[in-house]
Every structure is written in C-alpha cells, then in structure tokens.
Design a protein around this ligand. Structure first.
Ligand SMILES: C[S@@+](CC[C@H](N)C(=O)[O-])C[C@H]1O[C@@H](n2cnc3c(N)ncnc32)[C@H](O)[C@@H]1O
Length: 197
C-alpha cells in the first residue's frame, strides 16, 4: 500500500441526504444499468456516499457488493443501512482508492460503479483501477450530472465531464465497448454509460 496524502476528489462532498435522494429513482437507475437479470458475480462501488445506489444494486447482485468511501461517516451510514435492511451481501470499506487503489484482486469483479465522481483530479487512474479489477466481459456503469441542461446540483461546469469526455477516458483506460444508457426516466439530470472490459 502506498501511503500518500488524502486524495479525496475535488467537489465530492455530499449535501443533505434527503435532498440528494430526491434527484434519483435509484432502483430504476440500477435496473437500467444491469437489466432484469441483475449481476451474477461481485460488484464494487467507487465512492458509495450515503449508499443511495449500494442497496439497490445489492438487491440485484448474487455476489458481494464492495462499497468504498474515504469518509468514515459515509462508511458507517452504509454499514448501518445494510444491517437494518438485512442485506448480507454488502461489504463496506474505508478506503482512499485514488491514493491506494481498491485492494481488490485483478479480474475479480463482474460489475463496477462510478457515479457522480468522474470530475475528480485523476479520472483515468480511477478508470484504470476499475479496468484492472473487472473480469474480461465485466461491465462498468458510469453516471454523472449533465452539463447541457441546468441541474440543481453537481460540480462546477468547468470540471464536469461530458459523455464524450468520459468515453475518451474509458477508451484510454482500456475499455473496449461503450454504450449510452438513457437515464431520462430515472434521473433526468444525469447521463449514463456502460463500458465493457
Ligand atoms: C458526490 S459523492 C457520490 C456518492 C455516490 N456515488 C452517489 O452517487 O450517490 C462522491 C463520494 O466519493 C467519495 N470519495 C471521493 N474521493 C474519494 C477517494 N479518493 N477515495 C474514496 N472515496 C472517495 C466521497 O467521500 C463521496 O462520498
């Protein structure tokens, strides 16, 4: 492990939880990304925040969902939610994945999630780590705030990546097929991409 300074992504703090939740139909979003069949294997979520998407994905995944965050209160929050809802396939780790990586084995994950985070300083490093831990044929879902319309929240426009920018980064990180996922019905302020390793 590489012990360097805390590398929490810029403008990646969370607003009040009920306001954040009001932006998404999280169950419907996960359904759009992973389909009716769900995920057969393990999933990792980079920057789980309040667990808005962790719990919905855990219900659609037959393996372990590893939820990672740098903030102890986010980790505690998701652990609590997993216990209350009795979702036993959620593992939450306090981790700075920019500085230290995820610690997960190469090729071990079927699905990875990066939601509302790709505006951080080192997007390609993060995408390369996602690529490393995904099995061949595994998928990465990416969601971010749109910059072509007004949005009630989201990082500053000068650092907010467009879908085209994300596609370029994904290709650079080694992903081979990248599809658009239309999130209009579940979170109209966001765009979605699904990339295959
Ligand atoms: C804007 S929030 C999004 C949370 C969640 N993905 C969602 O969409 O509801 C970004 C999260 O990433 C976490 N984060 C930022 N930089 C990180 C890092 N270097 N390592 C681990 N977590 C990080 C933040 O603490 C925060 O909870």
């Amino acid at each position: 492990m590489n012990h360097v300074a805390n590398m929490k992504g810029r403008e990646s703090g969370m607003p009040e939880e009920s306001w954040w939740d009001s932006f998404f139909d999280a169950d419907a979003t996960i359904r759009l990304f992973v389909g009716a069949d769900g995920i057969h294997g393990d999933t990792v979520e980079f920057g789980c925040g309040y667990g808005t998407f962790t719990l919905p994905v855990a219900r659609r995944c037959n393996g372990t969902v590893t939820a990672l965050d740098i903030e102890p209160e986010m980790v505690a929050r998701v652990q609590h939610q997993a216990a209350v809802t009795q979702l036993k396939n959620i593992r939450v780790d306090l981790c700075d994945f920019v500085a230290n990586g995820t610690g997960l084995e190469s090729g071990s994950q079927t699905h990875a999630m990066i939601y509302n985070l790709l505006h951080l300083e080192h997007p390609i490093t993060l995408l390369q780590e996602a690529h490393r831990i995904l099995q061949v044929g595994g998928t990465l879902s990416v969601m971010h705030w749109r910059s072509d319309i007004q949005t009630p929240r989201g990082p500053s426009l000068d650092i907010r990546p467009t879908p085209e920018q994300c596609r370029t980064w994904l290709k650079e990180a080694g992903f081979r097929s990248i599809q658009t996922v239309d999130l209009q019905s579940s979170c109209p302020f966001h765009f979605g991409l699904l990339a295959t390793r």
